[in-house]
Design a protein around this ligand. Structure first.
Ligand code: ADP
Ligand code: MG
Length: 702
């Protein structure tokens, strides 16, 4: 397929170029100002914008429009309305008014709200977020105009992930501008977080997927013995991309480019059948919308090609899980990246203060950051036996750490480690300039040159929650600094003292060693850093008095919204664990146990037949095999019974927090007891008798 990028890129987006070309000049200017200032749309121009948007969409073949929103489920929702409007004479016209563009009403009672919406007030409102452009979603059978919207209750509480994100972007902007003015910048008008989310995913064959109830019901395997080969040879990471996957990536890129999503980098990841896609970073709000579209498109395109895209954080035990590296920086409207250290970082006071303020923010609110990456799937990636610990720390790189060290000990930074030249040793390759900021793959919050990379986020999560937290905690650190510096008599001295003071107080959060080692877990404990190992223990961080005060101060969440959010998370944990437990019981009962018994019977028959045909013949192998099987079958059955009982108890608990805790302490733990003997049995029973595809079949045979 030959792709003309300049022709197709953004061709399905009602973007700035389209608006400029199609809207009357005055309307365009007004709208543009609204977008730039993040204000509400002027109702006087709404009809004109709506009409033009409709005409454009109809030219693209659209018959329907939808207010596209992001409820607290973490995925997107849409309700389609036709443009069609009966004219009363038996005919119909296409209509789309400004009112319909700006505001939609939808029955919100089926979306999680954590008790925010009393049942008598089931209405929810969607309002156009004109900072994110409308786009056309094409599928073979429907073409729809999608209007990105925020979703609120009748009384204005956020029922979605977008509203708090927009609020946090505003909060950060306000404080960052204060900060810049102090340092003499009078020209930048806005500061916004710029975000690039690297998306990891697995791709497997649809036929095999369909044979596994665990995958179809829960998105992850609940059983599965390790194949002879895992990822130990490191031969998949950056390996050659096979034809079937290359074809998928090409089709996916095409769809994303049409939607103006700058999908840029793609490669094979560490685990077999695991891949990654990274778009070019963009304004936080747009990046969050784009990431939702990317996830959806990944699934859709896979489905068209007989594949399934798994976005679960841990689809397969024993090999790497999938995450989403949230690259975050602060950029001004006139293009200055505030996280750019410049030529000699130790002279760059503004940068150093910002950096240390981020250190302070992360140290003071580590629990909140951790909670923002909490989802049931991520519990298998963070803090579990084979995964990195769930401890937040910052990696700054050798050069910056050296500068902080100098400041901490002598109060001055007089020299810095220059980016040394890295000899590649191959004549035909140029010598790379080694990035003095270096890399540390095991750090959950790493400074990578001109941005921070938050690596805890799970692959299936919306990036809104983690960015809401990053934006807000940085806004708060900036606010505190500005409060003090605006009063300072000697600004330079005050900045200097502040940097030194922050380093002394918060250097415990900086760690450059191996974040996956047991020693780090011990060391972090000594430093007093929190280690919240699972989702249910992380959720309470959001509703601590300090968190409520922080979010209320910056107008990001009200206490009610935080409580409801926590409630939604507890419910989600319980529901997902419940589905997993039921799927596990179902597979064990109806597939594994019968298959094992069938195999046992065939072994028994074989023994009888051999002994009848050749009396005295050695059948000890069959007998030993039968013993091994029996030794695992009984524990499997016991554990299964226990799981059934625990699930029953758990599902009757009414308090959301108590219930989630019970699910974690009892149901989740028992699931491991069921899995162990079942995986052992998979290694004992003949391949053709095992009731579903193995790890080897799914990961290596595509
Ligand atoms: P790596 O895997 O080495 O971290 P990738 O190219 O896979 O690098 O992804 C890096 C991501 O970071 C991309 O999405 C990129 O656009 C984004 N990025 C680069 N610079 C910035 C920045 N200043 N702010 C936010 N994101 C950035
Ligand atoms: Mg990457």
């Amino acid at each position: 397929m030959k792709i003309n990028v300049s022709e197709i890129f953004g061709s399905n987006v009602f973007n700035d170029g389209v608006m400029r070309a199609r809207l009357p000049k005055a309307v365009y200017k007004d709208l543009k100002k609204t977008i730039e200032d993040g204000r509400e749309l002027n109702p006087d121009i709404a009809d004109v914008v709506a009409n033009e948007m409709k005409e454009w969409a109809i030219e693209k073949g659209a018959t329907h429009y939808t207010h596209w929103f992001q409820p607290m489920t973490g995925i997107t929702a849409e309700k389609h309305d036709a443009f069609m409007y009966p004219t009363g004479d038996g005919k119909a016209l296409n209509e789309f008014s400004g009112k319909e563009l700006i505001k939609g009403e939808s029955d919100a009672s089926s979306f999680p709200s954590g008790g925010l919406r009393a049942t008598f007030e089931a209405r929810g409102y969607t309002t156009w977020d004109c900072t994110s452009p409308a786009f056309i979603k094409e599928s073979p059978n429907a073409i729809t105009l999608c209007i990105p919207t925020a979703f609120c209750s009748y009384t204005g509480e956020a029922l979605d992930k977008k509203t708090p994100l927009l609020r946090s972007i505003q909060a950060l902007d306000m404080q960052a501008i204060r900060f810049l003015r102090l340092f003499g910048n009078t020209t930048s008008k806005k500061v916004y977080p710029s975000v690039g989310a690297e998306q990891e995913y697995f791709l497997i064959d649809k036929e095999k997927y369909n044979k596994r109830k665990d995958l179809t019901f829960t998105g992850r395997t609940l059983f599965g013995a390790m194949p002879p080969k895992g990822q130990e040879l490191d031969d998949h990471y950056f390996g050659t991309i096979h034809d079937r996957v290359a074809k998928y990536m090409e089709a996916l890129n095409l769809e994303l480019w049409k939607l103006g999503i700058a999908a840029k980098t793609q490669h094979n990841e560490a685990a077999p059948a695991q891949h990654e896609l990274a778009p070019i970073h963009d304004k936080n709000n747009i990046a969050a919308d784009h990431n939702q579209i990317i996830m959806e498109m990944m699934k859709t395109v896979a489905d068209r090609q007989g594949l399934v895209c798994l976005l679960h954080e841990k689809p397969f035990a024993g090999i790497n899980g999938s995450g989403k590296h949230d690259n975050w920086s602060m950029v001004t409207d006139d293009g200055i990246n505030l996280l750019n250290p410049g030529k000699t970082p130790h002279q760059n006071t503004q940068f150093l203060l910002l950096l240390t303020l981020i250190m302070k923010a992360v140290d003071e609110h580590a629990g909140l950051l951790r909670a923002s990456a909490a989802c049931p799937g991520n519990d298998h990636r963070l803090g579990a036996a084979e995964a990195p610990p769930a401890i937040i720390s910052i990696f700054l790189g050798e050069q910056l750490e050296d500068i902080l060290e100098q400041l901490d000990t002598t109060g001055e930074a007089t020299h810095f480690i220059k980016g040394s030249r890295l000899e590649s040793g191959v004549d035909t390759l140029p010598n790379f300039r080694k990035d003095a900021t270096d890399r540390n793959r095991t750090s959950p919050f790493a400074f990578t040159g001109n941005k921070f990379e938050f690596r805890m986020v799970g692959s299936s999560q919306s990036i809104s929650d983690p960015n809401v937290v990053i934006n807000t905690i940085v806004a708060e650190a900036l606010c505190q600094a500005c409060d003090e510096l605006e009063k300072a008599e000697n600004f330079d001295l005050a900045v200097h003292d502040m940097i030194k003071d922050i380093i002394a107080k918060h250097k415990r959060i900086v760690f450059s060693g191996n974040g996956y080692s047991d020693e780090w877990v011990e060391e972090a404990k000594r430093r007093g850093l929190p280690n919240l190992k699972n989702m249910v223990s992380a959720i309470p961080e959001m509703t601590r008095p300090e968190s409520v005060a922080l979010f209320e101060k910056h107008g990001v969440y009200t206490e009610t919204e935080l409580n409801s959010k926590a409630e939604v998370m507890y419910e989600r944990y319980s529901k997902i664990t419940n589905i997993e437990a039921l799927a596990m019981i179902d597979m064990a009962k109806k597939q594994i146990v019968p298959a094992v018994i069938k195999y046992q019977t065939s072994l028994a028959q074989s023994i009888n037949q051999i002994e009848a045909a050749c009396p005295g013949m050695d059948t000890s192998v069959q007998k030993r095999l039968m013993n091994d099987i029996a030794a695992n079958l009984a524990p499997l059955y016991e554990a299964m019974k226990k799981l059934e009982a625990e699930e029953k108890i758990a599902s009757k608990i009414e308090n959301a927090k108590e219930q989630a805790n019970y699910f974690y302490d009892h149901v989740f733990q028992t699931m491991a007891e069921v899995r162990k003997p079942a995986d052992a049995l998979e290694m004992l029973v003949a391949k053709e008798d095992w009731p579903f595809p193995s790890y080897g079949d799914m990961l290596f045979d595509n």
